[in-house]
Write a protein that binds this ligand. Structure first.
Ligand code: NI
Length: 137
């Protein structure tokens, strides 16, 4: 939300059972108010729409891979250098003797980010890969 956006109140009509569901979800997800929960749901829809429309977005790829797999690190770096999506940052954690966890933050068009994620996730030795989709909102 931009700093200069003023808060506007509006009235919403809902069937009672739907309002009960809203309150349940609001509590369950740790929100202190319905308003904050509804604001976040709208932001989530905006992010989804940006991905669908092909606008510039951000993806966070989480991977876990076999540290001992020969040549895997080189292949992962090759993908990151050769794709059109822009790699903003990577974080590496040595999970245990055999496994490494990395987060790769990627900026670009949805298709470019997904291609990069698929290429990395599909490499032999990558045991887990999940792309979290987000965007500027
Ligand atoms: Ni490591």
């Amino acid at each position: 939300m931009k700093k200069d956006s003023k808060i506007v109140r509006f009235c919403v009509s809902l069937p009672e059972n739907l309002l009960n569901k809203l309150d349940e979800k609001t509590l369950k997800r740790g929100y202190t108010s319905r308003s904050e929960f509804v604001r976040d749901m709208i932001r989530e829809l905006i992010v989804e729409e940006k991905w669908e429309k092909g606008e510039e977005v951000i993806g966070v790829l989480v991977i876990i891979y076999d540290h001992h797999k020969h040549g895997l690190t080189e292949k992962m770096l090759e993908v990151q250098h050769s794709e059109f999506a822009h790699i903003l940052c990577t974080t590496h954690v040595h999970l245990d003797h055999d496994s490494c966890l990395e987060t790769i933050i990627i900026k670009g068009k949805p298709e470019e980010i997904e291609t990069t994620a698929i290429k990395i996730g599909g490499l032999s030795g990558v045991k887990f890969a999940k792309l979290v989709k987000t965007a500027y909102i």
